[in-house]
Design a protein around this ligand. Structure first.
Ligand SMILES: Nc1ncnc2c1ncn2[C@@H]1O[C@H](COP(=O)(O)OP(=O)(O)OP(=O)(O)O)[C@@H](O)[C@H]1O
Ligand SMILES: C[C@@](O)(CCO)CC(=O)[O-]
Length: 337
């Protein structure tokens, strides 16, 4: 068995707008997907994941040419569950130059599925890395990030940015603007996550923003404004000491921009009652700012608070299922024992 892990992420700024070429700043967090791969003697693929909403789910299929999945659940669920892994394995086959390679794949993940913390990107990045290494080859992080992006983009019908996959492959804080991807320096921020236990459909939410943007000029302006505030946020991070304490002034300034970013995402129709409720709970506790993270529709918010007040308030908030502090993951994809 060859195992790789890759981290999830939160967006400090810029989700959705990044799909239209505006900059975004995601940060990798210490919640990981671990994918173990064993090459097979035949051309089939077997995927086992304990974390899918389909309980105790195992599926076996004959690789890209085989539409038939040996599993007793409706086919749309199987497609949702296997689409990312299938595309990741196609990329791995291409990287190793063996179009028919078969694999046994086991996935374990602590990243809530579809909750805005980049579960799909982490699974795709770790799966490509593990499958390539299990085949006796290696892959550089930049190529891995690019292949993971191609996989996500295919599954999401061409509507994906490079942000989630690049961040998961490289770790740390990154900046993505179109095809321009780079690591940036940032101090360790006191990130608090609130999770409503739900999920949003990334493809649907992205399509909704596109439709709004095409219909209304003010929605297009909103997307550009998210880009402007992301640039402001980047400047704040660039001016800070990456090894020092962020300090109260920086946390207030970043928090204000996060609040503003949440308002704009809400205007684009991607927030939800439970996300808004968690954002307000965080703000009314001691957070300097709070916003939804990822595609929205349900899932997670991210808030800034050095103390315990936000976590405690979220714990008692009826809309919040789980709350935790997220550490910055400085390492992206990595080989596991
Ligand atoms: N543990 C897992 N095992 C297998 N597939 C997974 C796992 N976690 C996530 N996935 C795949 O990723 C999909 C969810 O990805 P999606 O992009 O909708 O959400 P996300 O990446 O968690 O959130 P966001 O894109 O908002 O950050 C699942 O439907 C499944 O196909
Ligand atoms: C909504 C979105 O911006 C982030 C999803 O985590 C989509 C993408 O960047 O591919």
């Amino acid at each position: 068995m060859t195992t790789s892990s890759a981290p999830g992420k939160v967006y400090l700024f810029g989700e959705h707008a990044v799909v239209y070429g505006e900059p975004a700043v995601p940060c990798a967090i210490e919640r990981r997907a671990r994918v173990s791969v064993e090459p097979r003697d035949d051309h089939r693929v077997r995927v086992e994941s304990d974390d899918l909403t389909l309980d105790g789910f195992t599926v076996e299929w004959g690789g890209p040419a085989d539409e038939h999945h040996d599993v007793d659940v409706p086919s749309n669920l199987v497609e949702a569950a296997t689409g990312y892994v299938d595309e990741a394995l196609s990329q791995a086959r291409d990287a190793i130059g063996d179009p028919e390679a078969g694999f046994d794949v086991t996935i374990e993940s602590d990243i809530p599925l579809g909750g805005g913390l980049g579960s799909s990107a982490a699974v795709v990045v770790a799966a490509i890395d593990a499958a390539v290494r299990a085949s006796g080859e290696t892959i550089e992080p930049e190529e891995l990030a690019d292949r993971a992006y191609q996989a996500e983009s295919t599954v999401q019908g061409g509507e994906a940015s490079r942000a989630d996959t690049y961040c998961s492959a490289m770790g740390g804080a990154v900046r993505v603007e179109g095809d321009d991807t780079r690591p940036i320096e940032a101090p360790e921020l006191p990130l608090v996550i609130g999770y409503d236990g739900g999920a949003g459909d990334t493809g649907e939410l992205v399509a909704g923003v596109r439709a709004l943007k095409e219909e209304y000029g003010f929605a297009a302006d909103t997307v550009e404004t998210i880009g402007d505030l992301t640039r402001e946020g980047e400047q704040l991070l660039a001016a800070a000491d990456p090894d020092g304490d962020p300090g109260p002034v920086l946390l207030e300034e970043l928090g204000d921009l996060m609040d503003f970013n949440h308002g704009l995402l809400s205007a684009l129709g991607v927030s939800s009652r439970s996300l808004d409720r968690m954002v307000w709970t965080a703000r009314e506790a001691d957070a300097t700012g709070a916003k939804l993270t990822g595609a929205g529709g349900g899932g997670c918010i991210v808030a800034l608070d050095e103390g315990q007040a936000t976590r405690r308030a979220l714990e008692y908030s009826p809309g919040c299922d789980q709350t935790f502090r997220a550490e910055l993951a400085t390492e992206g994809v990595r080989a596991e024992e």
